[in-house]
Design a protein around this ligand. Structure first.
Ligand SMILES: N[C@@H](CCC(=O)N[C@@H](CS)C(=O)NCC(=O)O)C(=O)O
Length: 216
Protein backbone atom coordinates (compact mmCIF):
# COMPACT_ATOMS: atom_id res chain seq x y z
CA UNK A 1 0.00 0.00 0.00
CA UNK A 2 1.35 3.41 -0.96
CA UNK A 3 1.55 6.09 1.75
CA UNK A 4 0.93 9.63 0.51
CA UNK A 5 2.03 12.56 2.64
CA UNK A 6 -0.18 15.46 1.73
CA UNK A 7 -2.21 18.39 2.95
CA UNK A 8 -5.72 18.84 1.56
CA UNK A 9 -5.08 22.24 -0.06
CA UNK A 10 -1.85 21.23 -1.85
CA UNK A 11 -2.25 21.65 -5.60
CA UNK A 12 0.66 19.30 -6.28
CA UNK A 13 -0.97 16.83 -3.92
CA UNK A 14 -4.14 17.01 -6.02
CA UNK A 15 -2.01 16.13 -9.07
CA UNK A 16 -0.73 12.95 -7.42
CA UNK A 17 -4.19 12.01 -6.07
CA UNK A 18 -5.61 12.14 -9.63
CA UNK A 19 -2.86 9.84 -10.88
CA UNK A 20 -3.39 7.35 -8.03
CA UNK A 21 -7.12 7.38 -8.71
CA UNK A 22 -6.75 7.05 -12.50
CA UNK A 23 -4.48 4.05 -12.06
CA UNK A 24 -6.86 2.44 -9.57
CA UNK A 25 -4.24 2.33 -6.81
CA UNK A 26 -5.04 2.18 -3.09
CA UNK A 27 -3.26 4.62 -0.87
CA UNK A 28 -3.16 5.75 2.74
CA UNK A 29 -2.97 9.49 3.15
CA UNK A 30 -1.14 11.06 6.09
CA UNK A 31 -0.52 14.62 7.15
CA UNK A 32 3.20 15.38 7.56
CA UNK A 33 4.04 15.03 11.28
CA UNK A 34 4.20 18.57 12.79
CA UNK A 35 3.43 20.00 9.32
CA UNK A 36 5.48 20.15 6.14
CA UNK A 37 9.00 21.48 6.59
CA UNK A 38 9.13 20.29 10.22
CA UNK A 39 12.17 18.41 11.54
CA UNK A 40 9.95 15.36 12.20
CA UNK A 41 8.75 15.34 8.58
CA UNK A 42 12.20 16.07 7.18
CA UNK A 43 13.45 12.99 9.01
CA UNK A 44 11.11 11.03 6.69
CA UNK A 45 11.15 13.21 3.56
CA UNK A 46 14.37 15.21 3.32
CA UNK A 47 12.92 18.06 1.20
CA UNK A 48 10.12 18.62 3.72
CA UNK A 49 7.64 19.19 0.89
CA UNK A 50 4.26 17.67 0.10
CA UNK A 51 3.28 15.63 -1.75
CA UNK A 52 5.62 12.74 -1.04
CA UNK A 53 5.12 9.01 -1.11
CA UNK A 54 6.50 5.95 0.58
CA UNK A 55 6.23 2.81 -1.51
CA UNK A 56 8.09 -0.13 0.00
CA UNK A 57 11.60 1.11 0.67
CA UNK A 58 11.27 4.12 -1.64
CA UNK A 59 10.74 7.59 -0.13
CA UNK A 60 10.02 10.08 -2.90
CA UNK A 61 9.14 13.77 -3.01
CA UNK A 62 8.24 16.05 -5.94
CA UNK A 63 4.94 15.50 -7.69
CA UNK A 64 6.48 15.08 -11.14
CA UNK A 65 9.02 12.50 -9.95
CA UNK A 66 6.18 10.70 -8.15
CA UNK A 67 4.00 10.87 -11.27
CA UNK A 68 6.67 9.35 -13.52
CA UNK A 69 7.49 6.70 -10.93
CA UNK A 70 3.83 5.67 -10.63
CA UNK A 71 3.50 5.58 -14.41
CA UNK A 72 6.50 3.27 -14.72
CA UNK A 73 5.59 1.08 -11.74
CA UNK A 74 1.92 0.80 -12.81
CA UNK A 75 1.95 1.23 -16.60
CA UNK A 76 -1.75 0.55 -17.20
CA UNK A 77 -3.35 2.93 -18.03
CA UNK A 78 -0.35 4.73 -19.52
CA UNK A 79 -0.18 8.40 -18.65
CA UNK A 80 2.43 9.39 -21.22
CA UNK A 81 1.75 9.44 -24.96
CA UNK A 82 3.70 7.22 -27.33
CA UNK A 83 6.34 8.73 -29.60
CA UNK A 84 9.49 10.55 -28.56
CA UNK A 85 8.28 13.97 -29.72
CA UNK A 86 4.86 13.65 -28.04
CA UNK A 87 6.49 12.50 -24.81
CA UNK A 88 8.93 15.42 -24.89
CA UNK A 89 6.05 17.86 -25.46
CA UNK A 90 4.12 16.30 -22.54
CA UNK A 91 7.13 16.82 -20.26
CA UNK A 92 7.54 20.39 -21.50
CA UNK A 93 3.92 21.14 -20.64
CA UNK A 94 4.22 19.55 -17.17
CA UNK A 95 7.33 21.52 -16.41
CA UNK A 96 5.86 24.73 -17.79
CA UNK A 97 2.97 24.20 -15.40
CA UNK A 98 5.17 23.48 -12.38
CA UNK A 99 7.90 26.06 -12.94
CA UNK A 100 6.25 28.91 -14.90
CA UNK A 101 2.48 28.95 -14.30
CA UNK A 102 1.88 27.58 -10.79
CA UNK A 103 4.48 29.82 -9.08
CA UNK A 104 2.74 32.93 -10.44
CA UNK A 105 -0.62 31.68 -9.15
CA UNK A 106 0.98 30.86 -5.79
CA UNK A 107 2.43 34.37 -5.55
CA UNK A 108 -1.17 35.60 -5.12
CA UNK A 109 -1.78 33.62 -1.95
CA UNK A 110 -0.60 36.52 0.23
CA UNK A 111 -3.19 38.70 -1.55
CA UNK A 112 -6.20 36.64 -0.53
CA UNK A 113 -6.53 38.13 2.97
CA UNK A 114 -7.81 41.70 2.54
CA UNK A 115 -5.38 42.99 5.21
CA UNK A 116 -2.31 41.95 3.21
CA UNK A 117 -3.49 42.94 -0.28
CA UNK A 118 -1.30 45.17 -2.41
CA UNK A 119 -3.04 46.58 -5.50
CA UNK A 120 0.27 47.15 -7.34
CA UNK A 121 1.38 43.53 -6.86
CA UNK A 122 -2.04 42.27 -7.93
CA UNK A 123 -1.92 44.36 -11.13
CA UNK A 124 1.70 43.63 -12.08
CA UNK A 125 1.34 39.91 -11.40
CA UNK A 126 -1.75 39.89 -13.59
CA UNK A 127 0.36 40.93 -16.59
CA UNK A 128 2.85 38.17 -15.83
CA UNK A 129 0.09 35.62 -15.31
CA UNK A 130 -1.64 36.56 -18.57
CA UNK A 131 1.69 36.28 -20.37
CA UNK A 132 2.31 32.79 -18.97
CA UNK A 133 -1.24 31.70 -19.89
CA UNK A 134 -0.77 33.05 -23.42
CA UNK A 135 2.55 31.18 -23.70
CA UNK A 136 0.81 27.98 -22.61
CA UNK A 137 -1.81 28.51 -25.31
CA UNK A 138 1.00 28.47 -27.90
CA UNK A 139 2.89 25.49 -26.43
CA UNK A 140 -0.18 23.31 -25.90
CA UNK A 141 -2.78 22.11 -28.42
CA UNK A 142 -5.38 20.30 -26.28
CA UNK A 143 -7.38 17.74 -28.28
CA UNK A 144 -9.33 17.64 -25.99
CA UNK A 145 -6.68 16.89 -23.30
CA UNK A 146 -3.00 17.82 -23.39
CA UNK A 147 -1.80 14.73 -25.21
CA UNK A 148 -5.04 13.72 -26.94
CA UNK A 149 -7.99 11.64 -25.78
CA UNK A 150 -6.29 9.99 -22.81
CA UNK A 151 -5.61 11.58 -19.43
CA UNK A 152 -1.85 12.16 -19.11
CA UNK A 153 0.55 13.28 -16.39
CA UNK A 154 0.74 16.60 -18.28
CA UNK A 155 -2.94 17.24 -17.48
CA UNK A 156 -2.95 16.56 -13.79
CA UNK A 157 -1.36 19.75 -12.45
CA UNK A 158 -3.86 21.94 -14.28
CA UNK A 159 -6.85 20.68 -12.30
CA UNK A 160 -5.89 22.55 -9.12
CA UNK A 161 -4.32 25.45 -11.00
CA UNK A 162 -7.51 26.18 -12.94
CA UNK A 163 -9.43 26.02 -9.64
CA UNK A 164 -6.97 28.51 -8.10
CA UNK A 165 -7.22 30.78 -11.15
CA UNK A 166 -11.04 30.78 -10.94
CA UNK A 167 -10.88 31.62 -7.23
CA UNK A 168 -8.42 34.48 -7.79
CA UNK A 169 -10.50 35.86 -10.67
CA UNK A 170 -13.49 35.80 -8.38
CA UNK A 171 -12.11 37.31 -5.19
CA UNK A 172 -9.44 39.65 -6.62
CA UNK A 173 -11.29 40.54 -9.80
CA UNK A 174 -8.14 39.66 -11.74
CA UNK A 175 -8.00 41.05 -15.28
CA UNK A 176 -6.82 37.67 -16.63
CA UNK A 177 -8.64 35.56 -19.21
CA UNK A 178 -8.14 32.04 -20.44
CA UNK A 179 -8.05 31.82 -24.25
CA UNK A 180 -11.03 29.84 -25.61
CA UNK A 181 -8.93 26.72 -26.33
CA UNK A 182 -7.67 26.58 -22.76
CA UNK A 183 -11.13 27.29 -21.32
CA UNK A 184 -12.50 24.36 -23.36
CA UNK A 185 -9.58 22.26 -22.17
CA UNK A 186 -10.34 23.12 -18.54
CA UNK A 187 -13.96 22.03 -19.01
CA UNK A 188 -12.97 18.74 -20.68
CA UNK A 189 -10.42 18.06 -17.95
CA UNK A 190 -12.83 18.73 -15.07
CA UNK A 191 -15.39 16.40 -16.68
CA UNK A 192 -12.98 13.46 -16.99
CA UNK A 193 -14.16 10.53 -14.83
CA UNK A 194 -10.81 10.26 -13.01
CA UNK A 195 -10.76 14.00 -12.36
CA UNK A 196 -14.24 15.23 -11.53
CA UNK A 197 -14.40 14.07 -7.89
CA UNK A 198 -10.94 15.42 -7.15
CA UNK A 199 -11.85 18.69 -8.89
CA UNK A 200 -14.94 19.01 -6.67
CA UNK A 201 -12.97 18.12 -3.53
CA UNK A 202 -10.18 20.53 -4.34
CA UNK A 203 -12.51 23.44 -5.15
CA UNK A 204 -14.35 22.92 -1.84
CA UNK A 205 -11.13 22.80 0.21
CA UNK A 206 -9.77 25.84 -1.62
CA UNK A 207 -12.99 27.80 -0.99
CA UNK A 208 -12.79 26.99 2.74
CA UNK A 209 -9.12 28.03 2.81
CA UNK A 210 -9.95 31.36 1.10
CA UNK A 211 -12.94 32.01 3.38
CA UNK A 212 -10.77 31.48 6.46
CA UNK A 213 -8.24 34.00 5.07
CA UNK A 214 -10.90 36.53 4.10
CA UNK A 215 -12.71 36.28 7.44
CA UNK A 216 -9.39 36.71 9.25
N1 LIG B 1 7.98 20.84 -7.00
C1 LIG B 1 7.31 20.32 -5.83
C2 LIG B 1 6.63 21.47 -5.11
C3 LIG B 1 5.86 21.02 -3.90
C4 LIG B 1 5.54 22.17 -2.99
O1 LIG B 1 6.03 23.31 -3.15
N2 LIG B 1 4.73 21.86 -2.00
C5 LIG B 1 4.42 22.85 -0.99
C6 LIG B 1 2.99 22.67 -0.52
S1 LIG B 1 1.82 22.84 -1.86
C7 LIG B 1 5.33 22.61 0.18
O2 LIG B 1 5.56 21.49 0.56
N3 LIG B 1 5.89 23.69 0.75
C8 LIG B 1 6.72 23.56 1.89
C9 LIG B 1 8.12 24.03 1.65
O3 LIG B 1 8.40 24.52 0.55
O4 LIG B 1 8.92 23.89 2.58
C10 LIG B 1 6.31 19.25 -6.23
O5 LIG B 1 5.93 19.23 -7.40
O6 LIG B 1 5.96 18.40 -5.41
Amino acid sequence: MITLYNVPVSSYGAKVRIILRHKGLDWTELAPPDGYGSPAYRAIIASGTVPAIIDGDLNLADSEAIAEYLDEAHPDPAMMPSGIGARARAREISRFHDTRLEPVLRSYFAQVAPATRDADIIASNAHLLQDRIDQLAVIASPAPLMTGEDLAIADCGFVASFAILALLQDILDLPVTLPADLAAYGAALAAHPSVSEEDDRYRAVLADWASAKIDG
